[in-house]
Design a protein around this ligand. Sequence first.
Ligand code: NI
Length: 163
Amino acid sequence: MKPLVYYPDDRLVVPAEPVERIDTATGELARQMIATMQDNRGIGLAGPQVGVMERLFVVRVPEDEPRVFINPLITAVSPDTGRYEEGCLSIPGVYADVTRPREITVEAWDEKGNHFSLAAEGLLARVILHEYDHLEGRLFIDHLSVRKRERLLRAYHKPDGEE
Ligand code: NI
């Protein structure tokens, strides 16, 4: 388990650095991130959300196993888009519809150092794009209009005990 970084925090708005080497420490980090994601009932978690400013994230959508993406690249997105309600473990209690491509192709390395290419659609594609955004210092609320974002954040408070 790793402590979560909550909005607002500078670590959530700057791009993360490439993972230089995939070794046993990377595998342990991925394992801890999966545990942290599941313990918080999330379906995705990116490095910066646990204060690790490196380009990796973990995803687990219902009926699927946990997946680890290291140094991911989104290599294709479909022209057709969908709207669906999103939330984020770093902005608890805030939810909003976000428009994203329905289908994507992503290339990445897993925690064992294997390169892979994955075609994803629906919720899996959406979560991958949401987590990829975190690596670029983008949050799902950045996809909203300024007015909508401000209205949502007016009711938001950082969880108790967090600075
Ligand atoms: Ni998020």
